[in-house]
Design a binder for this molecule. Sequence first.
Ligand code: SF4
Length: 380
Amino acid sequence: MLPPRTTRQILIRDLRVGGDAPVAVQSMAATPTRDVEATLRQVRILEEAGADLIRVAVDSAADVAALRELRRHSDARLSVDLQENYRLAEEVAPLVDKLRYNPGHLHHHEKERPVADKVAWLVEVCRRHACALRIGVNAGSIAPEYKQRFPDDHVQAIVQCAVDHCALVDAADFEHYVVSIKDSDPRLVIDANVRFAEARPDVPLHLGVTEAGLPPDGIIKTRVAFEQLLARGLGDTLRVSLTLPFDEKGREIEVGREILADVAAGRFRSVPPSFFEGLNIIACPSCSRVENERFIELAQEVKRITADLADEDLTIAVMGCRVNGPGETDDADLGLWCGPSKVNLKQGPETLGAYSYDEILPALRSALERLLRERAGEPR
Ligand code: SF4
């Protein structure tokens, strides 16, 4: 049995989330939304795997048109991920059951409009169309104000941002919302969610380790966070983010259900502290914004060509697009983010160059070797 939870219960169409409802398992389509056929296939794969809710990203008018088609062909519960273009909410809300906004992306459009106004407007859209809402805070895209307020406490920055946005939604007198606070490091996910739940024990939590990466490490990282949080009675819905071929996306739902069953049965997989030492490959799970389908293969190849560096204290981030790629590679030793025909290679925040998909792996390998020589105090 999972411990009792203190959150209030909300509805996502007919799905109860929070309170004594079973923990809902959800996932996200990894294909470009405007490719209706491929995205409908993703929706069906996830539905067959038992997803309670399926998210798609919408960034453009073409995506909205595709979502309309998806809705015509599927009655799955759908959630929409709004990123920078939050004003698309009005057009997509009639088609879906839930909207997600990222507080870290609200400043991009209508820069003069106060964030509180934007949130109040989003809430009104949700209310009008009977949609639930997620405040989805992501450590890779912290709102600038919170970066400035908490320059030395990354976790407090994301927790405070989530708490403040709850207050904005509360001020609009709206209850049907959940909060997620994600990071690629499961230890930070635990810390942030525990701190948030202390401040707001009533708000349902959506759990996730973002960019957990390729299996099996991506599954282990996710387990580390979910076991700790679920065992404390935290988590009302969850999403496992793995870098997988599109046809294998159902695995995310299976892993989520396996973790839930294990925690409910008291089966915990202890991870030695050494798991967090050595090479760490962070990779996004892909979504509608992925710029080139070769991204998944690229992430797998990065793992293959670095297998001999398993003991090195290195973090390599591999991201699928320009929306989150540049920001989420800043903290890695080496980062790759995909464009349509080129892959950008970075060392920390510095860009080293842009390479074709055929050239990037040798370029990465050279950069790695140079970095290791520098660390050893050898000339470049
Ligand atoms: S990095 Fe881009 S492609 Fe990857 S999951 Fe994030 S938004 Fe989607």
